[in-house]
Design a protein around this ligand. Structure first.
Ligand code: NDP
Ligand code: GDR
Length: 374
């Protein structure tokens, strides 16, 4: 029997998607638990505004637990305590380029971490009651076998990250078929936001455009400008995750915009937002992006950012999600770029945080003290 107030557990709650998903679920009345990793410095900036001081006589519905996807006993204990109705497995070493440097850790957290959660559900007898969402990825398509990509397109991953996520995808399908789990994969194409990690290409570009416009940075160094991605807004995509778990039957869904753009055109759009028109000169690693008005070189290529194997072209077909979930993206790329650049300009200008954020930071400090972390 489902409890009156649904309970969700989010791994990766401190990441981009985890923070938007926690907001969404809280707005829907859920009690939300998240797993955070121990870090030598604060790593909860994206969810600080959701904290409430547990000493205050108010409705506290957001809880954080120390944990790690590489620690099975920890996962079993957390699941045993919470007995969630829904698990969203968003935790991962999610950077494709970094996965070439740390392939074993990436496999441990992204592939085996998923298995550990599913096994914890099985051990605790949660398979019949708890629904499971897996953060699968368009990186599974890698060297693409069809354009656009949908749920039937064969996979061909091109990085240790993609290969680890391939294991996770199939172990979810296997637990669904073997044990009747309500376990689903969302095959999500790239989604971005002002909360995107600073080393992913979109955020790296919007931060640099803002910094260059304000005279705080000279040049933006990038890798492959020709890669094409299907970029949407993270807020739209967490809505899709939730809808996937509300279906009577578990299944796998592509979430995408259906449009593809190159890194080069993302660069041009971001610089246009700050009033800089770019033109390109040269070729290969010697190519540069030049400010048309001043002639200054603002973009250069650093081969260090080229990947040993690249994913050249991603564009998803979200027809199944549209038909079965009623989901579609609401934010187009120009709007997304504008929002990210505006955010980065405001941050660099030192715009004061909203009052609610200040209150949240104070509440958070108090909550941490009570958790013995202060
Ligand atoms: P982020 O990198 O922003 O967040 C990843 C989260 O996972 C962070 O909270 C991180 O914690 C946590 N994490 C990392 N390693 C571990 C571990 N060993 N144990 C527990 N938690 C861990 O990713 P996004 O929010 O962008 O993505 C969410 C998920 O969706 C990821 O699984 C990603 O691979 C997948 N995905 C993302 C897409 C995108 O375009 N954003 C597209 C398709 C799939 P910490 O904050 O401490 O680093
Ligand atoms: P991706 O995102 O690999 O698609 O994975 P990322 O933004 O890192 O790269 C996108 C494309 O841009 C090219 N690129 C650069 N990338 C980075 N990070 N830095 C650079 O300087 C740079 N220059 C060019 C890359 O080569 C690539 O082609 C993201 C992650 O969120 C994954 O977790 C997720 O599964 C997929 O999206 C869908």
């Amino acid at each position: 029997m489902r409890r009156r107030r649904p309970v969700a557990l989010i791994t990766g709650v401190t990441g981009q998607d985890g923070s938007y998903l926690a907001e969404l679920l809280l707005s829907k009345g859920y009690e939300v638990h998240g797993i955070k990793r121990r870090s030598s410095s604060f790593n909860t900036q994206r969810v600080d505004h959701l904290y409430a001081d547990r000493h205050e006589p108010r409705d506290v519905r957001f809880f954080l637990h120390y944990g790690d996807l590489t620690d099975a006993t920890n996962l079993i204990r957390i699941l045993q305590e919470i007995r969630p109705d829904e698990i969203y497995n968003l935790g991962a070493q999610s950077h494709v380029a970094v996965s070439f440097e740390t392939p074993e850790y990436t496999a441990n957290s992204d592939a085996l971490g998923t298995l550990r959660l599913l096994e914890a559900m099985r051990i605790l007898g949660l398979g019949g009651t708890t629904r499971f969402y897996q953060a699968s990825t368009s990186e599974l398509y890698g060297k693409v076998q069809a354009v656009p990509q949908d749920e039937r397109t064969p996979f061909y991953p091109r990085s240790p990250y993609g290969v680890a996520k391939l294991y996770a995808y199939w172990i979810v399908v296997n637990y669904r078929e073997a044990y009747g789990f309500h376990a689903s994969n969302g095959i999500l194409f790239n989604h971005e936001s002002p909360r995107r990690g600073e080393t992913f290409v979109t955020r790296k570009i919007t931060r640099a455009a803002a910094a260059i416009a304000l005279g705080r940075q000279d040049c933006l160094w990038l890798g492959n400008l020709e890669a094409r991605r299907d970029w949407g807004h993270a807020r739209d995509y967490v809505e899709g995750m939730w809808r996937i778990l509300q279906q009577d039957a578990p299944d796998d869904y592509v979430l995408a915009t259906g449009e593809t753009h190159s890194v080069r055109s993302f660069v041009e759009m971001a610089f246009r937002e700050v009033g800089i028109a770019l033109e390109w000169r040269g070729a290969g690693v010697e190519e540069v992006g030049v400010c048309r008005a001043s002639g200054r070189v603002l973009v250069r290529i650093d081969p260090a950012y080229l990947r040993p194997t690249e994913v050249d072209l991603l564009v998803g077909n979200p027809a199944k999600a549209r038909e079965r979930l009623g989901w579609r993206h609401t934010v187009a790329l120009p709007q997304l770029v504008a929002e990210m650049v505006a955010h980065d300009l405001a941050v660099l200008r030192g715009a004061a945080p909203a009052q609610s954020e200040v209150e949240a930071a104070i509440a958070r400090a108090a909550a941490l003290e009570t958790a013995g972390d202060g």
